[in-house]
Write a protein that binds this ligand. Sequence first.
Ligand code: HEC
Length: 135
Amino acid sequence: MKKTISILSILGSITLIGIISCSKQSADTLTTTPTTPTTPVTSQCDTSAVKYSADITSILQNNCYSCHGSGNTGGSGGILLEGYSNLKIWADNGKLVGNVTHASGFVAMPYGLPKLPDCQVNKIVAWVHQGALNN
Ligand code: HEC
């Protein structure tokens, strides 16, 4: 009886080793295809200290001033976002955040265009929540 058990356990171990080496091989085969490393976007987006001068103006310059810049507000409801005091009005009344986050009940901005990348939206929201300072 003891002998049978040990033979069985030896057989069992051999089968187990077989399974392990097989699965190892297939795992190796799978990893040979190079995968493009996905860079986590969130870790690169620092919203801890957003500055009007360094962050907000460049986002607006690239995405909003074409319709809301000085001298070009004709087709955009006459809304001027260039210049701190002009933007501050829209930051304080909640519309800036509602527009760029595409919240329901707000006109989605940029008008007729896709939503800004998450990091830019998050920076605008963070700046408003940090008091929309002229920093
Ligand atoms: C292609 C032109 C265009 C671009 C680009 C654009 N807007 Fe607008 N924006 C408009 C128009 C048109 C309106 C008026 C919409 C309305 O009242 O229906 C408007 C209105 C607004 C308003 C007032 C909305 C309200 O609820 O009264 C805000 C705030 C605003 N835009 C912010 C932005 C911001 C921030 C960006 C950049 C991320 C941006 N817009 C980009 C055309 C544009």
